[in-house]
Design a protein around this ligand. Structure first.
Ligand code: URA
Length: 210
């Protein structure tokens, strides 16, 4: 089994992504654009949610209308840049439960070490959507998903804004059951683990830090 990768190549998404990549985009612009693209990514990643029906009254008639049923969602934000995708996903599904995983990247080994793991108990039964804008080496996503599986999660998907081919391959190999949704797969990683052409450090750009 190989995890599916969905690239959301809608012109609006691609245009907004280009605006975000620009060096001169401010944090406010970057945040707004990530939020907007996050709505499209969530729309795509959740397009197979099962529907049930409820009887409602419209002003015109009674109607057996479709509603999302049966699937409870948990969003997991990988700190800190995951916060930029959490907000739009919560706009789409306000009732989802939320967890946070803190992973710090060692700039020499590029390996993640965990400093926070706070997830709701529902991860064992819910559809769990892991959020991190940048799938670079894949180390953070692989570690976060392994930790979630260790906590009992069985049904996991991953949403990112940008991926490197190396990160996609590594995540697919480590977790072939986890579908990936992204806005683009860039050319490569550079020798310090940044995505090329990329957009720089997503956390710094989101929060205006350096
Ligand atoms: N994390 C980022 O924020 N940017 C990259 O290019 C790679 C990892």
């Amino acid at each position: 089994m190989t995890a599916s990768v969905k690239v959301v190549d809608h012109p609006l998404v691609q245009h907004k992504l280009t605006m975000m990549r620009r060096r001169e985009a401010s944090s406010a612009e970057f945040r707004k654009l990530l939020h907007e693209i996050g709505l499209f990514l969530g729309y795509e990643a959740l397009k197979d949610l099962p529907l049930g029906h409820v009887m409602i009254d419209t002003p015109v008639t009674a109607f057996n209308a479709p509603v999302i049923s049966g699937k409870r969602l948990t969003f997991i934000s990988i700190l800190r840049a995951g916060e930029g995708l959490l907000a739009p996903l919560l706009d789409l599904v306000p009732g989802a439960s939320v967890g946070h995983i803190g992973l710090k990247r060692d700039e020499v080994t590029l390996q993640p070490s965990q400093y926070l793991f706070k997830v709701p108990p529902h991860v064992t039964t819910n559809l769990v959507i892991v959020l991190d804008p940048m799938l670079a080496t894949g180390h953070s996503a692989i570690r976060a998903i392994a930790d979630l599986k260790e906590a009992g999660a069985r049904n996991i998907r991953f949403i990112c804004l940008l991926a490197a081919p190396e990160g996609v391959a590594a995540l697919q190999e480590a977790h072939p059951d986890v579908a990936i949704t992204t806005a683009a797969i860039d050319e490569k990683l550079n020798d310090i683990g940044y995505i090329v052409p990329g957009l720089g450090d997503a956390g710094d750009r989101l929060f205006g830090t350096e």
